[in-house]
Design a protein around this ligand. Structure first.
Ligand SMILES: *Cc1c(COP(=O)(O)O)cnc(C)c1O
Length: 413
């Protein structure tokens, strides 16, 4: 069957699922508009500040808007935060002290954080080298194991880290009910333990965010969901005021905190991106659902299934073969609006343990709210596809993938 015909057929069976995604986007869009209105966002907030950045009302208002949308006391939203890893690691390094216990509640965290923690190689500057005691609660059947988590909380446990998204693993993204029960369990064992969520890829996927589950601190990247494809760089941190202040003092210097940091003319794109984000995330989710449905139909293992509840925008397609993964990523790259003629290979990347291959023919370098696809070079050789500023782009890529991969288009392998 011709790819376009097959995709058309599958797409028609997805209309109810698409409707649900549209309803979530509608809800979130109104939430964002109301927050802009409550803080009286105006044109002057888009003006650039320079130098120290004292009194940058646009920057401060944006942080208040973020706090509102994410249901938090305070926000820190900066283009000087260079990536998601920087945002999350800043929280860990700002708050943890020698002798403190850090527990990752959902098995190993994202590759770049494993590196910053120093789990496998406690080199200079890592958390472990600084005397932080790090532990992981293993998953049970790929799901967080509440009893196991409970048993690992001690009086020394300063922080519990929950990574919401699957990252580069085949466990499902953690749903909000589970985040709530982990948080309640942790706080009932030790009310002083800070529960922190790595919310990368999770923003606006649902109508609520993890902060409503009693989480104390949360961080993410602006070149993923909340930047809406427009923010040119940055990260955000939201949570309890005293914690966000501590992180701000760490990122700048004690005593300087949130007061400094020139926005250098990026405010408008950060506001506009946030405004676009609910819609953009919906485009990405529709694309992920289509990808899942098509390749599931063709007999490949996909995670999550098209009709499964999602808590992030990542779609894994398991190919069981490094060469097929390379081909998959190559086709995504070839079908991009930018850098479409690059030839991709697996390569070492700063912070990653295995070689990775990354397709990102994006306007903002490495942006993964734009359609992108990465894969670490390790079994079971899965491609992790995420993003898509327009559903139409994802649909085009899916058709190119059907044509380019060695799969039996009749419906099975
Ligand atoms: C992308 C990601 C990170 C790291 O973000 P970078 O911007 O790539 O540094 C951390 N955790 C998760 C779950 C992610 O998806």
């Amino acid at each position: 069957m011709e790819a376009a015909v097959l995709v058309d057929q599958v797409e028609r069976s997805l209309s109810r699922r698409f409707k649900e995604l549209e309803e979530t986007a509608q809800y979130n869009q109104v939430k964002v508009i109301k927050a802009f209105q409550a803080h009286r966002v105006r044109d002057t907030h888009f003006h650039a500040s320079s130098g120290y950045g004292y009194g940058d009302v646009g920057r401060d208002t944006l942080e208040a808007v973020y706090a509102d949308i994410f249901g938090a006391e305070e926000g820190l939203v900066r283009s000087q935060i260079v990536s998601g890893t920087h945002a999350i690691a800043s929280c860990l390094f700002a708050i943890l002290r020698p002798g403190d216990h850090l527990l990752s509640a959902v098995g190993p965290p994202y590759d770049t954080l494993v590196r910053a923690i120093g789990r496998d190689n406690p080199g200079v500057g890592t958390l472990i080298e600084r005397g932080i005691i790090y532990e992981e609660a293993e998953l049970h059947d790929q799901k967080p194991d509440i009893n196991n988590i409970r048993s690992k909380i001690t009086s020394q446990t300063k922080m519990v880290l929950i990574q919401r998204s699957r990252g580069y693993s085949l466990r499902p993204a953690v749903d909000l009910n589970t985040i709530r029960s982990i948080t309640e369990t942790v706080h009932s064992q030790n009310p002083n333990t800070i529960v922190m969520v790595d919310n990368c890829y999770g923003e606006f996927v649902l109508t609520e965010e993890p902060t409503i589950c009693g989480v104390d601190l949360m961080a993410g990247s602006l070149i993923k969901n909340p930047g809406g494809g427009l923010a040119p760089s940055g990260g955000y941190i939201v949570g309890r005021s005293h914690l966000v202040s501590q992180v701000a003092d760490y990122i700048t210097a004690p005593g300087l905190g949130k007061e400094l940091g020139a926005s250098l003319g990026q405010n408008r794109l950060m506001y506009q991106g946030l405004f676009m984000a609910p819609h953009t995330v919906m485009q990405a989710l529709k694309g992920a659902v289509l990808t899942s449905a098509v390749f599931g139909h063709l007999g490949l293992k996909v995670m999550p299934q098209w009709d499964e509840e999602r808590s992030d925008i990542v779609q894994a397609v398991i190919l069981n073969d490094a060469e097929q993964v390379r081909k998959f990523c190559q086709i995504v790259q070839q079908s991009s609006p930018v850098d479409s003629d690059l030839r991709l290979e697996y390569a070492d990347m700063p912070g990653y343990q295995d070689k990775v291959i990354m397709a990102a023919g994006t306007f903002v370098q490495g942006s993964s709210i734009e359609l992108s696809c990465d894969a670490p070079m390790r079994p079971p050789y899965a491609a992790f596809l995420q993003g898509g500023l327009t559903y139409e782009h994802v649909r085009f890529v899916v058709e190119q993938l059907i044509n380019g991969l060695i799969i039996n288009k009749g419906g099975s392998l």
